[in-house]
Design a protein around this ligand. Structure first.
Ligand code: ZN
Ligand code: ZN
Length: 350
């Protein structure tokens, strides 16, 4: 076992505080990684504060992990000490079901093992995430980091990036497509970059006129203010694909109406039930698809890292020290971050 330093939530109201624990001995397929950077995802807050009723305390969040290999198990051949690597949202799955065999471990029949708040498949222990000085992960779930990427700005690719890249690829977004991105946060701003890199014409939908300038800065070709009835009426039937990153319940119908024949609206946020409900006419009237998507499999997560390196895409990040994490959570709740906090994990040693 190795002694690990971390930050954890001890209860739904405790906030994040220092926490020491033991990481497991290396299994034959394990890689030990010293963590340099860890992105801060909204899911981290949901688990720290038990918003979904599924938290197992203490919770050590963090699933946008970038670091360097410090040791490998006997059977590991793909990694060696010193390699720059990433770990995203999952650290294991059954590895034998149809989904796992297709490299879609996030849809594993037995459920993926989350990087934190998951149950280890071998010893039943609860997994602890990246707000820590090191992590031990099976090699199948460790990703080589392309050299061209800035490691700090690459961290959010492992959740925010893959979450938006995967549906764009799966639903075949291509050059010339008209893509709408709903929401301008950590996910949305990555979605814009990917859709542009794929050659699409990209529109950001925002509720507020005051965000139009910011939307243009994010690289959108057009901006639609969704609270403006005239602008929404003009957008009707115009889009091939909508990437919906809005993190709270919202009325889908006005957006569905923006899709043309065979258009697809993909939800990537966990927003509980769809309220208000949707009239079936909004779907069948133009053979529209309403779909959902969660992160991406390990092969596709490697693909998005390589895609980012090739197209010079990184996340816009604000670096923080681990001691600032509670303030960062408060700011994220107000949408006050452009566009992702990344923790410099050196601060944990100080
Ligand atoms: Zn995440
Ligand atoms: Zn499986």
């Amino acid at each position: 076992m190795t002694e690990a330093k971390a930050y954890a939530a001890q209860s739904e109201t405790s906030g994040m505080t220092p926490f020491d624990f033991q990481r497991r001995e290396l299994r034959p397929d394990d890689v030990r990684i010293d963590i340099d950077y860890c992105g801060v995802c909204h899911t981290d807050i949901h688990f720290a504060e038990n918003d979904w009723g599924a938290s197992i305390y203490p919770v050590v969040p963090g699933h946008e992990i970038i670091g360097r290999v410090t040791a490998v198990g006997d059977q590991v051949t793909g990694f060696k000490v010193g390699d720059a690597v990433g770990v995203g949202c999952m650290v294991d799955s059954c590895r034998t079901c149809t989904a796992c065999n297709a490299g879609l471990e996030q849809y594993c029949q037995e459920g993926m093992v989350g990087t934190y708040n998951g149950k280890d498949r071998h010893d039943g222990s609860v997994t602890y995430g990246g707000y820590s000085d090191h992590v031990v992960v099976s090699d199948r779930f460790v990703l080589p980091l392309p050299e061209a990427l800035d490691p700090a700005a690459a961290a959010p690719i492992l959740c925010a990036g893959i979450t938006t890249y995967s549906p764009l690829k799966h639903f075949g977004v291509k050059a010339g497509d008209k893509v709408g991105v709903l929401g301008m946060g950590g996910l949305g701003h990555m979605g814009v970059k990917f859709a542009k890199a794929l050659g699409a014409e990209v529109t950001i939908f925002t509720r507020s006129e005051s965000k139009v300038g910011e939307a243009k800065q994010q690289g959108a070709d057009h901006v639609v203010v969704s609270t403006d009835e005239q602008q929404m009426a003009a957008a009707e039937g115009q889009y091939d694909f909508l990437l919906d990153t809005i993190p709270v319940q919202h009325d889908l119908t006005p957006y569905l109406n923006c899709l043309g024949v065979d258009g697809t609206h993909v939800l990537v946020g966990q927003i509980d039930t769809i309220e208000p409900s949707i009239h079936t006419g909004a779907l069948i009237g133009k053979r529209r698809t309403l779909a959902g998507s969660i992160i991406g499999g390990i092969p596709e997560t490697q693909e998005v890292l390589d895609f980012c390196a090739e197209h010079n895409i990184t996340c816009d990040v604000e670096m923080i020290n681990i001691q600032d994490i509670n303030t960062a959570y408060e700011r994220m709740k107000k949408g006050d971050v452009k566009y992702r906090f990344v923790i410099d994990m050196k601060s944990l040693k100080g």
